[in-house]
Design a protein around this ligand. Structure first.
Ligand SMILES: Nc1ncnc2c1ncn2[C@@H]1O[C@H](COP(=O)(O)OP(=O)(O)OP(=O)(O)O)[C@@H](O)[C@H]1O
Ligand SMILES: CC(C)(CO)[C@@H](O)C(=O)[O-]
Ligand code: BAL
Length: 286
C-alpha cells in the first residue's frame, strides 16, 4: 500500500500552483479525468498514469453540461470521500475536485464542438453530450497542464472525440487509451452499474455476451445486417427495455461499416436495463 501524501485541490488556482511547481522541476504530469464513483476501471487508468508519468492528477467532476437528461444527472452517484480514500491508496498526487461554479463561472460562454466523430452513437442518443465532454476535457487538460491524459476504451466514441479535439486544437498532451476492465461475468465496470437492481445486475452480463457472439458471427462472414438485428433482438428478449444503438464502426475513424469488415472494426452498443443506460463495445477481428 502506498502511503504518499495526496492533496486535494478545489480551485484552478490551487491546482495550477502545484503543477507549475512540478513543471519547474521538470516532472511529467499525467491526468485521469473522471466523474467519480470510482471503481477498478478508473484505478486501471491511474495505474497506467503512474507507470508513465512522474506525478498524477485525478479529477472528480460530475460535468453538468454533458447531461441532456436531468434525472440522469441527479441520479449520478457522488461518493467523494470514498473516492479520495481509493485515490490516496492508489498513490495519486492530487485529487482535483472543482465545483460547478469554479468550472463554469457566471459569464462562461465557450463551447467546443467536435463535428464528425461526435455524431451518431452516443452523440445521437444524448444531444449535446460530446460538446459538454469536449469542453470540460479541454478545460481539465489545460487547468492541469497535463502532458499525458488517460481514457478508457469503454467510452470508445469519447476517445475519438478527445483525440480529434487534441489534434485540431494542437493541445500539447498525449492521449493514452486503456482497455475496458470487466467484472468476473464480463460486464464492463461502470459507475452506473450500482444503480441496477439485483436482478438487473444478473441480466446485465448478457450485453457483453451478445456483443462477443455477434462479433464472432461478423468476423466469420455472416450477413452483417442479420447479425446486428439478431443481437438487438437478443438484448430485448433478455429483458433490456430498449437499444439506443448496436452498430459496427471502423475502429480508426468511427465510419459506419456496412459489410464484413476488411479493416479493424468495433461493435458498439448502448442499451437500457432497469432505467440504467449501459454501454459497451468489442473489437471485431479481420
Ligand atoms: N470499465 C472500465 N475500464 C476502463 N476504463 C473505464 C471503465 N469505466 C470507465 N472507464 C474510464 O474512466 C474514465 C471516467 O469515466 P466515468 O467517470 O464516466 O466512469 P464510468 O464508470 O464510465 O461511469 P458512467 O456510468 O458515467 O459510464 C473514462 O475515461 C472512462 O472511459
Ligand atoms: C471524460 C469525462 C470525465 C468528462 O466529464 C467523462 O465523460 C467520463 O467520465 O468519461
Ligand atoms: N463515461 C461517460 C460519461 C457520461 O456517461 O456522461
Amino acid at each position: 500500500m502506498t502511503t504518499a501524501h495526496m492533496t486535494t485541490a478545489h480551485t484552478v488556482h490551487d491546482l495550477r500552483a502545484q503543477v507549475t511547481q512540478w513543471k519547474r522541476d521538470g516532472l511529467r504530469v499525467g491526468m485521469v479525468p473522471t466523474m467519480g464513483a470510482l471503481h477498478d476501471g478508473h484505478l486501471s487508468l491511474v495505474r497506467a498514469a503512474r507507470a508513465a508519468c512522474d506525478r498524477v492528477v485525478v479529477s472528480v467532476f460530475v460535468n453538468p453540461i454533458q447531461f441532456d437528461d436531468a434525472a440522469d444527472l441527479a441520479a449520478y452517484p457522488r461518493t467523494l470521500d470514498a473516492d479520495a480514500a481509493l485515490l490516496r491508496t492508489a498513490g495519486v498526487d492530487v485529487l482535483y475536485a472543482p465545483s460547478a461554479a469554479e468550472m463554469y463561472p457566471p459569464g462562461f460562454a465557450t463551447t467546443i464542438c467536435v463535428r464528425g466523430v461526435s455524431e451518431g452513437l452516443c452523440g445521437g442518443a444524448r444531444p449535446g453530450h460530446f460538446d459538454g465532454v469536449a469542453t470540460v476535457v479541454c478545460k481539465l487538460l489545460m487547468q492541469a497542464l497535463a502532458d499525458r491524459a488517460f481514457f478508457g476504451e469503454k467510452d470508445f466514441q469519447q476517445v475519438h472525440v478527445v483525440r480529434r479535439m487534441v489534434a485540431d486544437l494542437n493541445l500539447p498532451v498525449e492521449i493514452v487509451t486503456c482497455p475496458t476492465r470487466r467484472e468476473d461475468d464480463g460486464l464492463a465496470m461502470s459507475s452506473r452499474n450500482r444503480r441496477l437492481s439485483a436482478e438487473g445486475r444478473a441480466r446485465a452480463r448478457i450485453l457483453p455476451q451478445v456483443l462477443t457472439q455477434c462479433a464472432e458471427r461478423i468476423a466469420a462472414g455472416d450477413d452483417l445486417a442479420a447479425a446486428l438485428q439478431q443481437a438487438r433482438d437478443a438484448l430485448l428478449a433478455a429483458g433490456f427495455t430498449s437499444v439506443d444503438y448496436l452498430e459496427l464502426r471502423d475502429a480508426r475513424d468511427l465510419a459506419p461499416v456496412t459489410a464484413t469488415p476488411t479493416a479493424p472494426a468495433r461493435l458498439l452498443a448502448a442499451a437500457w436495463l432497469d432505467s440504467v443506460r449501459l454501454i459497451d463495445g468489442v473489437d471485431v477481428g479481420v
